[in-house]
Design a protein around this ligand. Structure first.
Ligand code: P6P
Length: 283
């Protein structure tokens, strides 16, 4: 796994350079989810694909920016599912964006995830990565090297509330859930970038990030293989919880299609239990 994490560090430095030096405009293409592609989306995807081509351990790649599976090495052990530049449209207003990696052994599904990592491209480049049985580890780049900062643990209860999705399309009980937390003094922390928004809750000790099913997106917006499951793993290993709208662990998801989405809730135990109450799915 060390080789894969080392590769992600090299990728992070190259994508950060691209963000800071290259054209932020749109291509005349769409990704598999029908979203307009930025030139940076395509460049980041290219950089990741090129990097893993020299890692024999990687059997296949599945990218948010492409349809289907890209086969790399016959003797490979892992399938790497990734979102090359999540929230990329925030780059042109100078907000933080990120890359997300889910490393699966065998069929890409929750129970086969063996490691995950994300990169935050902000005032500093930071990486959080995790393997089974360990706490997530936080690294920060300084002069091109990633230095270990700390292991990450979520407190039982936090203070931050990151409510995703278009509010007018929330169901009533989700809106009440979100409003009740604010009425208790939770602070709104939502940039529209999944990576920095979830990173902040992890580093600030806790709270909840929610992207529910909505009237315009009943199955949610965030993709299971390369957004939801990798972060679910990190949140669980940090001592939190990560569930869907039925209160089921997101780590139990089995996507029928590589670009399937899911309603998703990531957070400290107290807030997730409150969510299960609000959704009537408390076990
Ligand atoms: P909304 C960015 O486009 C993204 O995929 C995630 O990074 C982010 O959490 C979400 O969409 C934001 O979606 O509907 O709240 O703007």
């Amino acid at each position: 796994m060390h080789t894969l994490f080392e590769t992600i560090e090299k990728i992070a430095l190259k994508i950060d350079h691209a963000i800071k030096t290259e054209d932020l405009g749109y291509c005349d293409s769409e990704n598999s989810s029908g979203e307009d592609q930025l030139k940076l989306d395509v460049k980041s995807d290219y950089l990741i694909e090129e990097a893993f081509k020299s890692v024999p351990l990687v059997k296949d790649l599945i990218s948010e920016e492409k349809e289907g599976v890209l086969h790399l090495h016959d003797g490979g052990k892992y399938t790497v599912c990734y979102d090359p530049l999540d929230g990329s449209s925030l780059a042109d207003v100078n907000l933080s964006v990120g890359s997300i990696f889910g490393i699966y052994e065998g069929e890409p599904k929750g129970e086969n995830l063996v490691a995950s990592a994300y990169v935050v491209y902000g005032p500093r480049i930071e990486i959080v990565r995790v393997v089974k049985g360990e706490k997530p580890k936080h690294y920060r780049a300084q002069e091109g090297l990633f230095n270990f900062i700390c292991e990450i643990s979520l407190r039982e209860k936090g203070k931050l509330n990151a409510p995703g999705g278009t509010q007018q399309n929330w169901c009533d009980y989700h809106k009440s859930f979100v409003d009740d937390l604010f009425a208790e003094g939770y602070r709104l922390r939502y940039s529209g970038g999944m990576v920095p928004d979830l990173h902040q809750i992890l580093l600030k000790g806790g709270g909840i990030f929610s992207y529910p099913g909505t009237s315009d997106k009943p199955h949610g917006k965030l993709r299971q293989l390369f957004e939801v499951i990798p972060f679910a793993f990190i949140y669980e290993q940090a001592g939190g919880q990560a569930v869907d709208a039925k209160g089921k662990r997101l780590m139990e998801l089995v996507p029928a299609h590589p670009h399937d989405t899911s309603p998703c809730f990531f957070g400290s135990t107290y807030e997730i239990e409150r969510l299960k109450d609000a959704y009537g799915v408390k076990s």
